[in-house]
Design a protein around this ligand. Structure first.
Ligand code: PLP
Length: 375
């Protein structure tokens, strides 16, 4: 039976067009971008063109875009820089963040005495904006607000504009984890009051192990990897050229085709939601799927039964790829921290289905039929 891949929030397959754009940089265009002769100039030019493409799409200045190894490195860097270079002594975040954020802020709190506040969250995964404003208003120390734009497990979207305006008003540094939204939504950095955003190429049909960190031109941080002068002296080390080329190409394709692809994906997701409601008694959905939500994610709460306990395992047996929350929690006994925060003590079996342009309603039919048999 053909494999059905419904785990695109974990990672997406590489677009063949992206692969084609990368190929020459594995073969004939192999020069070190720091070399002064033609081979080097050729790859240097390719990297700078990729940077310009990314900057144009996000409406940033090319000097504000730094290529990194992905979302985790970027958000770690932003958080550390806010504390060690920008003087933030109080971090405001939420219990729903990705571990790339949570583990970073816990480390800063435990080992460096940085004050840590977690926002209250509503059952649909929305943060409490009043709580955020009160914390900002009352803080005696300079704050870093580190919040994800969209939740990778349940899809809930945070109002990045509203948070940015609050951060501006209270002079806080704002790091938005945009890993699940770059390439899926238009982002206009000139309009937003944000100091850092991040992205990972593999979430929008680009290669793995490459991402960006956007650093607003008005703030200055120290180099985050020391050594050579790559990335304008901020992140030393010979560049991941094919990754960078692939990242820019994937972002370009994603944004060029955004309208058409997003409406297709939304249709597939909504079709699955309806089909589950018709066919599985007691099914519920986590997050805010009909409101402010990623159109790529459907987090399903199945009633807990002996059979539903084995759901992910049985889906896998039938060649259906989905995850128990996020990729980091799948295969691990520990439950999802996101579900625990939005539905404490709930008796549910969560499966996150997440979709891409390659998925179809026919695949949904197959998956729902199998789920009916399993439950
Ligand atoms: C919201 C969010 N932030 C950060 C990351 C980390 O990205 P990466 O694994 O590419 O470093 C992910 C990946 O799942 C994510 O979904």
């Amino acid at each position: 039976m053909a494999r059905i891949y419904f785990d695109n929030a974990a990672t997406t397959p590489l677009d063949p067009e992206v692969f084609q754009a990368m190929v020459p940089f594995f073969t004939e265009k192999f020069g070190n971008p720091s070399s002064i002769y033609s081979y080097g100039r050729e790859t240097r030019m390719a990297i700078e063109n990729a940077r310009k493409t990314v900057a144009r799409i996000l409406n940033a200045h090319p000097a504000e875009i730094f290529f990194t190894s992905g979302g985790t490195e970027s958000t770690n860097t932003a958080i550390n820089a806010a504390v060690f270079d920008l003087g933030c002594k109080h971090i405001i975040t939420s219990p729903l963040e990705h571990h790339a954020t949570l583990h970073s802020v816990e480390h800063l709190s435990n080992d460096f005495g940085i004050k840590l506040s977690y926002l209250n969250v509503f059952p649909n995964g929305q943060i409490d904006y009043d709580h955020l404003e009160n914390l900002l208003k009352e803080s005696k120390e300079k704050c870093l607000v580190s919040l994800m734009h969209a939740n990778n497990e349940i899809g809930t979207i945070t109002d990045i504009e509203k948070v940015g305006n609050l951060c501006k008003e209270y002079e806080a540094i704002y790091n938005a984890d945009t890993v699940q939204t770059v390439g899926h939504f238009p982002i206009d950095l000139k309009r937003l009051h944000v100091h850092f955003i991040n992205a990972a190429g593999h979430k929008f049909h680009g290669p793995k192990g490459v991402g960006i960190l956007y650093i607003n031109e008005n703030i200055k941080i120290h180099p985050f990897v020391n050594g050579g002068s790559q990335e304008r002296g901020m992140r030393a080390g010979t560049e991941n050229i094919y990754g960078i080329i692939g990242f820019a190409k994937a972002l370009e394709l994603a944004i060029d085709n955004l309208q058409q692809e997003s409406s297709h994906i939304r249709e597939v997701r909504d079709y699955m939601k309806e089909s589950l409601m018709k066919n599985i008694p007691g099914v519920r959905f986590n997050g805010d799927p009909d409101g402010k939500s990623l159109y790529t994610v459907l987090s399903v709460a199945f009633p807990k039964t002996e059979k539903s306990d084995m759901l992910l395992f049985n889906l896998d047996i039938h060649n259906i790829c989905a995850s128990g929350g996020s990729a980091c929690t799948s295969g691990v006994e520990k439950g999802s921290h996101v579900i625990s925060a939005v539905a404490p003590g709930s008796n549910q079996q969560t499966v996150r289905f997440s979709f891409s342009k390659y998925n179809t309603k026919e695949e949904v039919d197959v998956v729902v039929d199998k789920l009916k048999e399993m439950i």
